[in-house]
Design a protein around this ligand. Structure first.
Ligand SMILES: C[S@@+](CC[C@H](N)C(=O)[O-])C[C@H]1O[C@@H](n2cnc3c(N)ncnc32)[C@H](O)[C@@H]1O
Length: 319
């Protein structure tokens, strides 16, 4: 089985294993600097989440359509050759799920990301490789993939629709593309996110990382505050439904992201707040907007699923 190969844009040579160098613009350098810190040894987060399956259930890994899709890919890869492009692969969580024991032996995988901690991803599988690459651009390959996935990352690229179009361009006809993108929230929450991000994104990663402890502490203290907020009628303009709310989720969902989870503790809750407030690009979508973007890229929608944080869109490239 021939796995998709990467072509070096400069020499036109086929590069089966070697990272593709890429010149990154300033904002992409900032994204790369952010995630190099977030996934690097400095924070230790990747080790924590790999070894804490209970905590991992609070991440996208076990949510929306992702687990089903990975089961399908793994099953197909036991009976036929299957290739996967994991765009903005992070620190390899999808790779780990796809290659979990029993390893599907007909699976080829390319993971691409711009952070500098790719080499620390454990990868004993000969048919899988990681490349340092800006996924906004079309992956330099003459081959096409059966599956293209981009989880929780399209919204971090400077022009998500441009990125999506390039992802779709390396998908086989009849192939499946799955993405998840941030949801739009209540108007107050979106406004506070925009304002706070405008102050935090220009900071150096270390400074922003220290600062986000304040969001963690606030989230922790609100969670420990007893009492309930009772809203007597739906307030549609404000995005608030009638009901009884504990204090922290009421503030969190409608006014201000201040994440805290006791399984993460302060140290790892900081990562979640850092991930929200510091990356330079963080677009948000209604489900209709996310669907329309996929359709404009020539994809037929197969399945959608949303939670408070993200929309999952699975599409097929029509034959
Ligand atoms: C929240 S993480 C999601 C990681 C992974 N997809 C997962 O679900 O575990 C977002 C990832 O997008 C990557 N990213 C953001 N912009 C990128 C770009 N232009 N090119 C490649 N990777 C990018 C970041 O480096 C980061 O690893």
């Amino acid at each position: 089985m021939d796995c998709p190969s990467i072509i070096d844009p400069a020499t036109k040579e086929r590069l089966p294993r070697i990272p593709v160098p890429n010149l990154l613009a300033d904002a992409l350098n900032e994204t790369a600097a952010h995630y190099s810190k977030q996934w690097g040894d400095d924070t230790g987060y990747t080790k924590f989440i790999r070894n804490a399956p209970e905590a991992a259930k609070h991440t996208m890994a076990r949510q929306l359509g992702w687990p089903d899709l990975f089961d399908r890919i793994r099953t197909e890869a036991t009976i036929r050759d299957v290739s996967v492009y994991d765009a903005a692969c992070g620190f390899g969580l999808i790779h780990r799920d796809l290659f979990a024991t029993p390893t599907p032996d007909r699976l080829c995988y390319v993971g691409a990301d711009i952070h500098e901690a790719l080499e620390s991803i454990e990868n004993p599988f000969p048919k899988s490789r990681f490349v340092r690459f800006d996924v906004s651009d079309r992956l330099p390959t003459e081959d096409k993939f059966d599956f293209v996935v981009c989880r929780a990352a399209l919204h971090h690229t400077p022009d998500p629709e441009h990125t999506l179009r390039n992802l779709a361009s390396v998908l086989k006809l009849g192939g499946t593309l799955a993405v998840s993108v941030y949801t739009k929230k209540s108007p107050m929450r979106d406004a506070s996110d925009d304002y706070l991000r405008s102050k935090i994104t220009p900071m150096k990663p270390d400074d922003a990382f220290r600062l986000v402890r304040q969001f963690t502490s606030l989230g922790r203290d609100l969670q420990e505050s007893s009492g309930q907020i009772v809203i007597k009628e739906d307030l549609p303009f404000l995005g608030i439904k009638a009901g009884r709310y504990p204090i922290q989720p009421f503030i969190y969902d409608h006014f201000l992201k201040c994440w805290f989870n006791s399984e993460f503790g302060e140290q790892w809750s900081d990562i979640v707040n850092f991930d929200w407030y510091h990356p330079p690009f963080a677009y948000r979508y209604t489900l209709q907007e996310a669907i329309a973007m996929n359709e404009r890229c020539g994809l037929n929608i197969l399945k959608t699923e949303s939670n408070k944080a993200q929309h999952y869109i699975e599409s097929i490239k029509p034959t």
